[in-house]
Design a protein around this ligand. Sequence first.
Ligand SMILES: C=C(OP(=O)(O)O)C(=O)O
Ligand SMILES: [Mg+2]
Length: 449
Amino acid sequence: MGLPAELYGDFVIEDVRARMILDSRGNPTVEAEVVTRGGGFGRAAAPAGASKGSHEALELRDEGKAFKGKGVSRAVYNINSVIAPRLRGLDSRHQRLIDSLMCQLDGTPNKSRLGANAIVAVSLAVAKAAADTASVPLYEYIGGVGGTFILPVPLLNIINGGAHAGNELSFQEFMIMPVGADTFSDAIRIAVEVYHTLKGVLKEKYGAMAVNVGDEGGYAPPMKKNREALDALIKAISKAGYTPGQEVLLALDAAASHFYDKSRNAYIVDGEQLSREELLEYYMRLVDEYPIASIEDPFYEEDFEAHAELTSRIGNRVAIVGDDLYVTNLERLRKGVEMRATNAALLKVNQIGTLTEAMDYARAAAASGMKVIVSHRSGETEDTAIAHIAVGMRTGFIKTGAPARGERTAKYNELLRIEEELAGDAVYAGRLALRGLIYFYTARGILQA
Ligand SMILES: C=C(OP(=O)(O)O)C(=O)O
Ligand SMILES: [Mg+2]
């Protein structure tokens, strides 16, 4: 069969170009555009982390004075002068081939020559251009037609701590999961009601300054202990008229590498020094006291054993999620699977650098029974690709900040549009997630976790 020659020609990449734009922290980042012969257009931008895992692919930054050494002119140059000439004339649908060509051109294990920021922007822009040429939305291009799409449960980070805020909270993210809704739009309404109610709760107890926001749009109150944040969330959920543990669950990103003191082999939590065993007990108490459904990076990024211990103790009722632990890297994920380190994996495309590698990682995680959470970075742009990846890959979960700040609402708003577009052909993952019935799209088809 195959497509007629004229149609095949439509998908041919005619141009690839790049520019510097700003991310949500006011830092330069790189944006790529791909144009196909048929007039298809794709534009994508690289996000940037603040609490990065040390095994992430490298984000190439300039060393000169401009932007205090944070510029991206080298990454932009690499797209325009190294990548673009090699991509022109290729079929934009050949994502795997194009991604591996970029990996070859780079030639390093961590994409340090061309920069993962350069590569990820092009990789996503190629997929968007191919989808546009085919006149299908990106989620459909990624996920294919014929199966029910799943609108993900959002994990909304509404209290910011750690590296994302100027307060003393040791955990980085205190999130809510509005599972008790029938639709994604209803889940967002619940989340917004809790977010706004939380503002009042925080003002009342900590004063007006407490509702200044952190990098991901969550409030950054002057709290000292993690339980203060959890108590505030519970109060806000109840005051907004919902039942914690039923309609709304809690989720944490401890981001423990950032409060791990290597020299003492100990964790500094709530101003106290805890051994790995004491931290494990601390988590066990927290999940008994609060309706916590998910804990990301509970231990520092090299301690697979401690993750495995926690997963064996509470993995039957709580998602233990690897972010800095896996950095969207298949090799590290495989080690995690072998050691049963976690039962869930975070997916950040820019941690590894190409859409193909990120999708391989998601499939491998799902095939081993792990839940997959598609994630933004703390430094974001208006790019909405991750909303499409979550729907297309039917991961059932997305974490993309508070329901405020344009770079975060860009993703939630895109999901609202997708929901409307799919109408009855999509289900909201909320109650499915509650019952552990999330379906994953895998290379071999649909798999029930
Ligand atoms: C989103 C996160 O933060 P960052 O982008 O700063 O790594 C995270 O740690 O999950
Ligand atoms: Mg994290």
